[in-house]
Design a protein around this ligand. Structure first.
Ligand code: ADP
Length: 233
């Protein structure tokens, strides 16, 4: 379970995240929507522990910056960075070792096949295209069997087959009880599989609810999004 309580992040004078709270339950896919500059990436980076912030963040009962929390969560950043001199396969091996996972080889093969990387396994980090880096980053996140996983704009730059496979993998994680948070500004890309939506604007959550709660309004996600994010005349 992911718990965010009273998260506040200021960059010098700018309030990027203004006291937001939410939780993502086990087996739940939550999507964090919002226009550019709404505060989505800042929220994600705070949860991951890359930024200093005020507030409280808990991952499966542990404070987010503790080693116990880090063991159970994974993060796929918007822009992936690779080790120049490690091959694709060595990236997966390295992450498996870092998380203390011994029995990873079969799953590594499966992931490589799934994301069309099998024949490219010996390519070095510095030789990869952006889309390939993104796929390696996804494989590294999935090899750890995370209980909480965060994706920042995960579908950007992926080819259609990888998008299909990633969506399938996300649903499989949900079925295993993981808490999944996906930040995006492209509503269509996630419309078919969310359980909870959090819409941000100007650092605030302006709408939050489960699919059941929000669909009783008889509006599409896109309509709800524009209702709460467009300036009223
Ligand atoms: P989103 O991911 O929703 O596009 P961000 O979290 O990146 O939004 O940004 C939220 C606000 O914080 C924006 O106004 C942005 O300009 C500002 N911001 C983001 N990163 C920085 C930074 N490193 N320094 C100063 N301001 C930042």
């Amino acid at each position: 379970m992911l718990l965010v309580k009273n998260l506040i992040k200021k960059y010098k004078n700018e309030l990027a995240v203004n006291n937001i709270s939410f939780q993502v339950d086990e087996g739940e896919i939550a999507i964090l929507l919002g226009p550019n500059g709404a505060g989505k990436s800042t929220t994600i980076k705070s949860i991951v522990g890359l930024l200093k912030y005020d507030g409280y963040i808990e991952i499966c009962g542990y404070k987010n910056k503790t080693i116990e929390a880090k063991k159970v969560f994974s993060y796929v950043p918007e822009v992936s960075s690779m080790f120049d001199l490690l091959t694709i396969y060595e990236h997966i091996e390295y992450i498996a070792a870092a998380y203390g996972i011994v029995d990873y080889k079969d799953q590594a093969e499966e992931l490589l096949k799934r994301f069309d990387l099998s024949d490219k396994r010996n390519k070095l980090g510095k030789e990869l295209s952006k889309g390939m880096m993104q796929k390696v980053s996804i494989c590294c996140a999935l090899i750890t069997h995370p209980k909480v996983i965060l994706f920042d704009e995960p579908l950007m730059g992926l080819d259609p087959k990888a998008i299909k496979e990633l969506k399938k993998a996300i649903v499989e994680l949900k079925e295993k009880g993981a808490s999944i948070l996906i930040s995006t500004h492209i509503i269509d890309s996630v419309d078919d599989f969310w359980d909870k939506v959090l819409i941000m604007k100007n650092g605030n959550i302006v709408l939050a609810g489960t699919r059941k709660e929000l669909m009783s309004r008889n509006e599409t996600l896109e309509e709800l999004f524009f209702d709460v994010t467009e300036e009223k005349e």
